[in-house]
Design a protein around this ligand. Structure first.
Ligand code: ADP
Ligand code: MG
Ligand code: ZN
Length: 612
């Protein structure tokens, strides 16, 4: 493996070698046209008139023979012989009618020929090499000839410019990282007492919650350089490169201590080593090197390693043992207050109307992570500009929320009158089921404007407050709400459509979770029949039970769904007037807000009460 510390001398050597080779080749090629002969032979040729011309040099004669066999001028063989001190030669040649000449000594010629044969090729190769290196370096992120070298250097930031203020809603995570900042500031304080300093902290949490941001903030707060490298950046196609990158990264970092090394997406290298037969040699070597380096370096110098992952469960146990990433900082999805604070951070530089209530937006975005919220604020600002306004309004923010949840409005899609009807009744079915039950969330908005992500219309519910627990009753009512869309279609049109597929999926998964994970079915009680893997990513459930039980679980789920569907139908059946009125209003207006909806519903209900 080529390993060099400085790129420049290597180019030079290569260019010099190539130039020398070229000159040698030129020399041999030109020599192959010459043939040495004896002086006597030369004289014989003169006598036999076989010579065209002679060039008389100080030390030799170059003889061009007569062109006998029509050989082209280029590959004609020339002869040469030493120059004897033979004064009569000139006469002899003259008499034999042979052209002769002696080269004029041109004092500039050697310089020019030197330039042409040495400097020019050298320069050419030097620049060509340089150019290739650069363009390849851009592609490979390290340069073909220096691939052993860490390109971590590229990512060094003297100051990240991010501080804890820029990270909102992660108070606990910040709290545990503050100590690391303090340690980077005054390592002596800790070493004096004899405390061992933490070597590394692992930031764990779902994507987009601000792990990378937090790591930068730690560096920014501590005002130390920040070396960052993504886990995937270590693993290359060449075996051994990753390991040497790790080595390099650590040696560079140690020179700059105190500093922070940040390995993003560490699961790319830190995946558990067992379980994959055949394995990935490269990744394993890289991981081993990382483990070795983490053990080897002296934390009292002030190097702290931060790493981030959203799949902590796949990490190799060796990485997690004390002395390596001995701290685990959970960076979870933000709660209501956290979301509001994140919205505040990102709307700092955005001009907002008085109508904006970030608290409401935070309420409507349960489950959103920091990256989503940052994106929403920006979308809202873009929308305000599109609308020709110079301030962001609450409606821009809500529209942005919906855009992120359901996709952009597709105003130009023309739906047939019939389909519009069906969608309207379907959505009002959801809304009514929600309004007619006690433990559901209030309706915020109903719309039948189609969205790019496939929804033909939707009903948006908004919680009044953040909830961390759901009761069994709440879940059951939610399932009823989800199924009420289809129930409305069924009741009004006596026909069912494909529009309910997403509702069905969500209702089924809720019902299944009730049975398998929440212990909410009478039949199974509190047995954990499924568990969630990859908690921070998709959270796919994994079955923990036998086939027989699994079949029974399915039956139980079917039971719950069927009961809920009956309930939804009953609810709507006794409110057909409201269903009809609200739906026709919705068809007319395309979008109605929660208050409008409640008004119509209340007036219908009051009328019914008066009649009764
Ligand atoms: P992760 O590394 O956890 O996937 P990032 O740190 O890359 O997420 O976050 C992406 C972006 O989302 C950040 O640059 C920031 O703009 C925004 N963001 C995420 N979390 C927060 C937060 N807690 N506070 C403020 N902004 C955040
Ligand atoms: Mg990240
Ligand atoms: Zn629906």
């Amino acid at each position: 493996m080529l390993k060099n510390k400085k790129g420049l001398p290597q180019f030079l050597t290569v260019a010099v070698i190539i130039t020398i080779l070229i000159n040698i080749v030129i020399y041999f090629v030109s020599q192959s046209n010459y043939k040495q002969i004896d002086y006597s032979e030369f004289l014989t040729m003169v006598n036999n008139k076989q010579i065209e011309s002679v060039e008389i040099d100080s030390d030799r004669l170059v003889i061009t023979p007569k062109n006998e066999d029509n050989a082209s001028a280029l590959n004609k063989k020339l002869y040469y012989t030493g120059n004897l001190d033979y004064p009569q030669l000139v006469d002899k040649l003259y008499n034999a009618d042979i052209k002769f000449t002696t080269p004029v000594k041109n004092t500039r010629l050697p310089i020019i020929s030197f330039l042409l044969s040495w400097i020019l090729p050298f320069a050419l190769f030097y620049f060509l090499g340089n150019f290739l290196m650069k363009s390849m370096g851009n592609k490979l992120g390290g340069g073909a000839m220096s691939f052993g070298k860490s390109n971590a250097k590229v990512y060094v930031e003297k100051t990240t410019g991010v501080s804890f203020k820029d990270v909102a809603g992660q108070e606990e995570a910040k709290e545990s990282l503050k100590e690391i900042v303090d340690f980077l500031h005054k390592p002596e304080r800790y070493t004096k007492i004899g405390a061992k300093l933490p070597k590394g902290a692992l930031l764990v949490g779902p994507p987009g919650t601000g792990k990378t941001l937090l790591a930068k903030a730690v560096a920014g707060e501590a005002k130390v350089p920040f070396f960052s490298l993504s886990g995937s950046g270590f693993v290359e196609m060449f075996v051994g490169v990753g390991a040497s990158r790790v080595r390099d990264l650590f040696s560079q970092a140690e020179k700059q201590a105190p500093c922070i090394i940040f390995i993003d997406e560490i699961d790319a290298i830190g995946k558990s080593r067992d379980g994959n037969i055949g394995g990935n040699d490269e990744r394993e070597q890289t991981l081993n090197q990382l483990l070795a380096e983490m053990d080897g370096f002296d934390s009292s110098k002030g190097v702290v390693i931060l790493a981030a992952t959203n799949r902590p469960e796949v990490l190799d146990k060796a990485l997690l043992r004390p002395g390596r990433f001995d701290r685990r900082v959970i960076v979870d999805k933000p709660d209501l207050k956290g979301r509001e604070n994140i919205l505040k951070v990102h709307s700092k530089n955005i001009i907002m109307d008085e109508s904006v209530k970030l608290n409401d937006i935070a309420l409507a975005t349960a489950g959103a992570v920091g990256a989503d919220l940052a994106n929403m604020v920006n979308e809202a600002a873009l929308r305000a500009v599109r609308m020709g306004r110079d301030k962001v309004k609450q409606e821009d923010l809500f529209e942005a929320v919906e855009t992120i949840i359901a996709g952009k409005e597709k105003k130009d899609r023309v739906m047939s009158e019939n389909e519009k009807n069906i969608v309207a009744f379907h959505e009002v079915g959801h809304a009514l089921a929600s309004a007619l039950q006690k433990k559901t969330q209030p309706v915020h908005k109903i719309t039948i404007v189609p969205r790019t992500m496939g929804a033909l219309g939707y009903t948006m519910q908004m919680p009044e407050e953040e909830k961390y627990l759901m009761t069994k009753e709440e879940i059951l009512e939610q399932i009823v709400v989800l199924l009420a869309g289809r129930a409305a279609e069924d009741l009004v049109f006596n026909e069912v459509t494909t529009g309910a597929s997403n509702d069905i999926e969500r209702a089924t998964s809720l019902a299944r979770q009730m049975v398998t994970m929440y212990g909410m079915s009478d039949k199974f009680g509190m047995i954990g029949l499924e568990s969630i893997q990859n908690r921070y990513l998709d959270g796919r459930p994994v079955r923990n039970c036998s086939d027989e039980i699994s079949a029974e679980v399915d039956r139980e789920v079917i039971n719950i769904i069927n009961k809920a569907y009956e309930k939804a139908k009953e609810l709507l059946k006794s409110n057909m007037e409201a269903l009809g009125k609200i739906s026709s209003h919705l068809i007319f207006k395309e979008t109605i807000m929660g208050e409008e909806f409640m008004e119509i519903l209340n007036s219908v209900q009051n009328k019914e009460l008066a009649n009764a």
